[in-house]
Design a protein around this ligand. Structure first.
Ligand SMILES: NC(=O)C1=CN([C@@H]2O[C@H](COP(=O)(O)OP(=O)(O)OC[C@H]3O[C@@H](n4cnc5c(N)ncnc54)[C@H](OP(=O)(O)O)[C@@H]3O)[C@@H](O)[C@H]2O)C=CC1
Ligand SMILES: Nc1nc2c(c(=O)[nH]1)N=C([C@H](O)[C@@H](O)CO)CN2
Length: 237
């Protein structure tokens, strides 16, 4: 029987893309979701990655994706909820819409996908089945400029506990809480130096440290309901 795929939402770039490529290198079938077509997706397809379009801004979009996921595969080895919108807080009339959108992308989508794709994980013939939520160090601290984003990631962090309790012992549910892993286009040198100095490890490590953490969770059959901090010791500053 062929191996069941690992689903990575928002896998068309940066951390999700890196993990998709590394999982393919390790021989895993992989499905990624994307919103916007681009050359990186064609490169992933050439490596055998299945790509499914998905926009989690609305419940209808989430449910439409779930239906297409079930048409694509009859089982899943793991689900990595990586898709995310690091939107700053909006002012005035846009504040509520911004908050609701981030709630849907970071909480409603993982919640509905976990509920409705449980049968796909249970259908996996391998002994390990995993759900991994990508949260954020900021869950512990809050954010003056990304309060809605931080709150929605805190909700996702709490969903880790609920789903871990609900789905044990057949499915493990954990989270990874990164801090500054890689720069964004447009980060100037002043900002880059400021964020680099926030971790006592004094570095911006790149996505390899996230794949190491994901690999640990996928390979360990006795860890569930935990959040792995991958933040360079931000709490020590
Ligand atoms: N990078 C970092 O330093 C840190 C990252 N994290 C977390 O790690 C994870 C990966 O980070 P990173 O790679 O930088 O993430 P990105 O900001 O690159 O976003 C990943 C993907 O999310 C997708 N996405 C955004 N909005 C939606 C939506 N409404 N519906 C569906 N997909 C959507 C995008 O798809 P598309 O491009 O196709 O539109 C994008 O490719 C995220 O959950 C992030 O919050 C946490 C702390 C630090
Ligand atoms: N979806 C995203 N979430 C986050 C990103 C990102 O690029 N995309 N980046 C960060 C920052 O690196 C922040 O950790 C710097 O302190 C947070 N979340």
């Amino acid at each position: 029987m062929s191996a069941s795929p690992v689903l990575i939402t928002g896998g068309g770039q940066r951390l999700g893309r890196h993990c998709a490529e590394r999982l393919r290198d390790d021989g895993h079938p992989v499905i990624v979701t994307y919103r916007r077509e681009r050359p990186a997706l064609e490169a992933l397809r050439e490596r055998g990655v299945v790509t499914l379009q998905a926009d989690f801004e609305s419940e209808a979009g989430i449910l439409d994706f779930i239906a297409r996921l079930k048409a694509e595969t009859s089982s899943l080895r793991a689900i990595v909820h990586n898709a995310s919108d690091w939107a700053p807080d909006s002012s005035g009339s846009e504040a509520g819409a911004n908050f609701e959108r981030l709630f849907r992308v970071h909480m409603l989508a993982p919640y509905l996908i976990n509920l409705q794709a449980r049968e796909l994980l249970e259908a996996c013939s391998e002994p390990h089945r995993d759900i991994v939520h990508m949260t954020d160090y900021v869950v512990q601290k809050g954010s003056k400029k990304h309060a809605a984003y931080a709150a929605s990631k805190a909700g996702l962090d709490n969903l880790t506990l609920s789903f871990a309790a609900m789905y044990a012992p057949t499915i493990q549910v954990n989270a990874i809480a990164p801090a500054m892993i890689m720069h964004n286009e447009g980060d100037n040198e002043v900002y880059a130096a400021k964020v680099k100095a926030k971790s006592v490890m004094d570095m911006v490590p790149g996505p390899g440290v996230i794949y190491q953490s994901l690999r640990y969770l996928l390979d360990n059959r006795y860890v569930t309901g935990v959040t792995l901090p991958v933040d360079g010791g931000r709490h020590l500053r």
